[in-house]
Design a protein. Structure first.
Length: 130
């Protein structure tokens, strides 16, 4: 049986492929450089457009969620559960609405768009935390 080819011979086609890809990339780069020398306005517009887009995305788009309207269905009704709800209401991200009375009220207010978020505090909340 013939001996396996040395590692250097097996890697040669891969290196040739990388060399051809690099040569092709350099030729495209050279062609684009010649195009930009002939038409400098195109390069200026491409640069200005990219800078404008970077500025708009960097400063114009705010991904922070603020003033999210929420209601609390407090089924525990203890000092600890009320304190928990007040801590959430004190955040700039949330705006507390009137307390939720029951599941029907929750469903109605969510469907009407009055609430974006509902927090249910279950019975025994304070006992379970103690």
């Amino acid at each position: 049986a013939p001996a396996a080819a040395p590692a250097a011979h097996r890697a040669a086609p891969l290196q040739a492929g990388l060399g051809q890809g690099l040569a092709r990339m350099i030729s495209y780069l050279w062609r684009e450089a010649l195009e930009l020398r002939r038409d400098p306005i195109r390069g200026t517009l491409a640069l200005a457009g990219s800078l404008l887009l970077m500025f708009v995305i960097g400063y114009g788009i705010n991904m922070d969620v603020e003033h999210l309207r929420f209601g609390v269905l407090d089924r525990d009704d203890t000092a600890l559960s009320r304190d928990y709800a007040l801590n959430i209401a004190g955040s700039r991200y949330f705006t507390e609405q009137a307390p939720i009375l029951d599941y029907a009220d929750l469903d109605h207010r969510m469907r009407d768009g009055e609430l974006s978020l509902a927090i249910e505090i279950p019975p025994g909340f304070a006992r379970d935390l103690a």
